[in-house]
Design a protein around this ligand. Structure first.
Ligand code: C2E
Ligand code: CA
Ligand code: CA
Ligand code: CA
Length: 278
């Protein structure tokens, strides 16, 4: 017989592990999580490979229900996207990220740049630009402090996507294509759209030294980006060997456990933003 009180949650946790009823449970749980403040943001450094300094931090949402193991965003973001919850969740993430920039500014720390993920549905909401603009105003965030990561899936309606990217660029934000090479296959948008960088998906970076095909794909992306004048971020860099290969092939920015894992805001502050002493 299950104990009262925690029983619901235990059942919840068990069902989360199986697939049956998963979607519905994530949806109800996530709704509650937003209200109960069980979500927080983590920040992973993106390292300039020449200076070895972080040039930005990717914002990654974390869901840690009380007394339960964390639930991966790889699991709950698609459900949030499916159910429409991504709209309030995405707005919460944007506001929380800008609030953090404001806090750091109040503490006199050097200006940080945040790379924020936008899901396809979030990217297509009509008032996205106004929302971002008003958050930037409220939290005194400079355009150069915000980079938006979108996936190729957000570009399936090219005309609308083009218009949205142009409006965000007009605000002065940077746009980066996430998980590059894993989605929508037409490359014409690279020529047409005013984007700033590509992120090589970690599935290509993984086994870079063992897998000849991954090596071929990675070098091709790097050459393509170079000739189009785009910056490249390699994600999932875990070893020195991967790093050396990427550097030799002209990659400018690296992100991954080799440098650091996603950290809490206060860890970022202590490790990376600490006031320089004169
Ligand atoms: P992503 O945008 O491709 O994020 C990179 C993922 O790789 C993160 O997983 C990060 O923790 C993980 N990672 C970082 N370094 C390494 C490494 O060296 N090796 C390996 N194997 N993995 C590494 P995470 O945080 O679990 O996020 C998974 C996915 O969930 C993200 O993939 C993104 O698609 C989505 N996601 C996370 N946070 C957000 C968010 O705030 N908004 C939206 N829309 N999606 C988010
Ligand atoms: Ca990303
Ligand atoms: Ca990615
Ligand atoms: Ca990914």
């Amino acid at each position: 017989v299950k104990k009262r009180g925690r029983g619901d949650y235990q059942l919840f946790a068990e069902r989360m592990k199986s697939d049956t009823g998963n979607v519905l449970l994530i949806e109800t749980g996530l709704r509650r999580a937003i209200e109960n403040r069980e979500l927080r943001l983590a920040y992973q450094p993106q390292i300039d490979l020449r200076s070895r300094e972080p040039i930005s931090f990717e914002v990654l949402v974390r869901w840690e229900p009380a007394n339960l193991p964390a639930i991966s965003p790889a699991e709950f973001i698609p459900v949030a996207e499916e159910s429409g919850l991504i709209i309030p969740l995405g707005e919460w993430i944007l506001e929380e990220a800008m609030k953090q920039l404001y806090t750091w500014k109040q503490e006199g720390l050097p200006e940080a740049v945040l790379a924020i993920n936008l899901s396809a549905k979030q990217f297509m909401q009509p008032y996205l630009v106004e929302m971002i603009q008003s958050l930037m105003l409220t939290y005194e965030v400079q355009p150069a402090q915000i980079e938006l990561e979108i996936t190729e899936g957000a570009l399936t309606n090219p005309d609308e996507a083009y218009e949205m990217i142009r409006r965000l660029k007009d605000l002065g934000l940077s746009i980066s294509i996430d998980d590059f090479g894993t989605g929508y296959s037409s490359l014409t948008y690279l020529k047409r759209f005013p984007i700033d960088s590509l992120k090589i998906d970690q599935s290509f970076v993984k086994d870079l030294l063992l897998d000849e095909q991954n090596r071929a794909i990675t070098t091709t992306i790097l050459h393509l980006a170079q000739s189009l004048g785009l910056r490249v971020v390699a994600e999932g860099v875990e070893t020195k060997e991967q790093l050396l290969f990427l550097e030799e092939n002209g990659c400018q920015i690296g992100q991954g456990f080799y440098f650091d894992s996603p950290l809490s805001a206060s860890e970022i502050q202590q490790t990376y933003l600490r006031k320089k002493e004169y």
